[in-house]
Design a binder for this molecule. Structure first.
Ligand code: CTP
Length: 404
């Protein structure tokens, strides 16, 4: 099936799907299947009532994640805060189908299960798709609850008209799948739609001879995580990367380079991007002469003569427009804040992300990172140790709030 262009924007987005105890709950299976095909990450929050209509095993298998029902469901460590982390994780929260009972709970701020508690914690748009019998849907209590929910800023997709499970004909059917998907896509956060982002990542390799190089331990993970999160926010992303084994995040235009000189050339070709993250670990020095044949061992000692490479970020800082956002990294082992602030000033940046390689859980080759974001005005925001993908989200949340 060809998807409309709007629906394809659900790709890479993070969705919370609330499923409640309506006969239409079985349609959640098809909804999840369509979403997963589109490349959407789906976390199902089902009420106990939903389990009477569709099994948690079906929902978990299709979504690829365990279904959460009770407020205390989740892994040991995060069980008490799961509703908060999920509420902050999601780009969109959709409750389909939503029963009269769940609407009543939401209209009164109940937090008695994972679904209702997470609604209260969510920072993203919330879409409610009621499905019930005609007379229930028309009852003044239900109408009042829906009005209250709209008053909270929630979005309501009204049910369709037709044959209902009771055999009656009326309003109450869960809308067609395409209509739900279209409405979801229209509600996605698109703060970077129409913007071009340039990200650099990974190490560079400076050739000494045909078999040897000067390089560093960068794996590219932080830059790739930033590129992925920028796509999720609607940006058109160009990723210039040194050698790495990482897979290209979907939707990203990737340019592979090897040396710092090649990185300079690729970056300058995209210097007009609206937002630039210089996350690559670029070599500061390169061999003065690169031997065309392998250097054979002779003396006990060998001296390599190196020369400075161009500082790509400093060049971008000189060429920058006022409406660009330029973000650099500072990899330090001592006097982090002082050195990072100096780099920010000298390279004419808006932000610098301080990476202290000697700290536990930070630096090259780790799954996690601990960074401090430093602004042009001198402000600093230390982040907790987190997986690099979450670091990317937290950094962009902060930087984009400031740009708004
Ligand atoms: N950078 C760059 N071009 C270089 C070297 C570094 O664009 N030739 C960028 C990095 O991508 C990073 C920032 O400059 O965003 C800071 O890199 P870092 O290695 O921490 O600092 P340097 O400026 O190289 O200074 P030093 O090595 O003396 O700490």
């Amino acid at each position: 099936m060809r998807e409309s262009t709007r629906i394809t924007e659900l790709h890479g987005r993070r969705l919370l799907l609330g499923v409640t105890g309506s006969i239409a709950a079985y349609k959640a299976a098809e909804l999840i299947r369509r979403l997963r095909k589109l490349g959407t990450e789906v976390q199902v929050l089902a009420t106990e009532g939903a389990a009477r209509f569709i099994s948690a095993t079906t929902l978990a298998t299709l979504s690829g994640r365990p279904v959460l029902t009770d407020l205390f469901d989740g892994s040991e460590e995060d069980t008490w805060t799961k509703h908060i982390t999920l509420g902050h994780w999601a780009d969109l929260f959709v409750i389909a189908p939503a029963t009269a009972q769940t609407l009543a709970k939401l209209a009164n701020g109940f937090a008695d299960n994972m679904l209702t508690a997470t609604v209260l914690a969510a920072r993203c748009p919330i879409l409610v798709c009621p499905a019930m019998d005609h007379d229930m849907y028309m009852h003044p209590a239900v109408r009042l609850n829906l009005k209250r929910l709209q008053g909270f800023g929630y979005h309501v997709l009204p049910p369709g008209y037709g044959e209902l499970a009771s055999g009656l004909v009326g309003l109450g059917r869960l809308p067609e799948m395409d209509d739900i998907l279209e409405r979801m896509a229209a509600l996605l956060p698109d703060e970077l739609r129409g913007k071009h982002a340039l990200v650099t990542a990974g190490p560079t390799r400076e050739p000494i001879d045909p078999v040897r190089v000067l390089t560093n331990h960068s794996t590219g993970t932080m830059g790739f995580a930033l590129a992925k999160d920028l796509v999720r926010r609607g940006a058109q992303v160009t990723l210039v990367t040194g050698p790495t084994l990482l897979n290209t995040p979907e939707g990203v235009r990737r340019i592979d380079i090897t040396t710092s000189a090649e990185m300079l050339e690729a970056v300058l070709a995209h210097k007009d991007a609206d937002i630039i993250f210089m996350a690559a670990a670029v070599a500061d020095y390169t061999p003065i002469e690169s031997h065309s044949s392998k250097i054979k061992k002779q003396e006990d000692q060998l001296t390599l003569r190196l020369q400075r490479t161009s500082d790509i970020l400093a060049q971008l800082g000189k060429l920058r427009r006022d409406d660009q956002t330029l973000v650099g990294f500072a990899m330090e082992t001592e006097n982090g804040l002082v050195n990072a602030r100096k780099k920010l000033r000298e390279k004419n940046l808006d932000w610098i992300i301080l990476n202290n390689v000697s700290e536990e859980g930070a630096g090259f080759g780790t799954e996690t990172n601990r960074v401090t974001l430093i602004g042009r005005d001198g402000s600093s925001f230390p982040l907790e140790v987190m997986p690099k993908q979450e670091v990317a989200t937290a950094l962009l949340d902060r930087i984009l709030t400031d740009c708004a």
